[in-house]
Design a protein around this ligand. Sequence first.
Ligand SMILES: [Zn+2]
Length: 333
Amino acid sequence: MFRTWVFQKVKCLFSLLLAGVHAFSQDTIKKHLPIIDVHVHAMKVNPNFSMDMCPWFLKNMAGGDPNQPAPSFLNTDCAEPLKAAKTDQQMQDEVVGTMKRLNMTIIAYGDPDILRKWQKAAPGRVIPGIGVSSGKEMTVRAFKDSLSSGFYKVMGEVAPQYQGLSPSDTMLDKYFAVAEQLNIPVGIHMGTGGNGMANITSPKYRASLGNPFLLEDLLARHPKLKVWVMHAGYPMIDEMIALMGANAYVYVDIAGFIWSYPLEEVNDYIRRLVQAGFEKRIMYGTDLLVWPKLIETSIGVIENANYLSFEQKRDILFNNAVRFFRLDENKFK
Ligand SMILES: [Zn+2]
């Protein structure tokens, strides 16, 4: 009898607990307003180059000497560096876990196998993009076939700056024509190069080729092309504002600089874009590489921005990307 009573009690308690867990998870799913990250790199993890990282590490761009070793791209020296994933599976599990918890959808570029695996693990949450930066990666035909297959929905990350090219260089023009013809949005890297990009990995990199004004010829040649400026042309705020003023369909993302340059500088840059009237054209992006926790670190910058209203935060984290990528808002409800 006592055993039955205990059993009943335990069963009752267990179902109460289960109901509680169920209600809690329903609740958290409902409460989490959707977030769209327009700038994620889905790539194979190389454990030899997968270093931990201190956010906002560029607050100290120390002086160097060309006769000494080049400055390191990252700073790993802080109290709590973000841990780099050591395997593809770890990266996938942590990223997918965060995406589900925060109700996120991502636009992701990189290795097609990784993209397919992430898509499978997080159905409906991964929108693949394909980038061309010099025109040497693939033929125009192959590029068009990749987009026509339906797997890729976005052209990005296009990064001619690292190749010593302007985005308006005619080498890339036929690829942009394909994107325009197929109604594919295009993300182009402009600006940001950290400390000494030309000295470290990219000798062809030129700061001047990140100038947003260099997009003007491209935009004039392809009036139906939908372009967003990745990294918002940081630090060329005046040119960025002038370009967006002259070209009503250009949006920006705030990826990369949001977690690498000094935090006060980051907030000043975003505040200036909003102050200039562009709160409807700023999209959230991480520029995720190998640190899964970077997603929360970067979203935190927007959530903690006391110069943004709740509505402005929602625009940046979600609404603006829905509009720019012509997504169906009902699918997020
Ligand atoms: Zn970039």
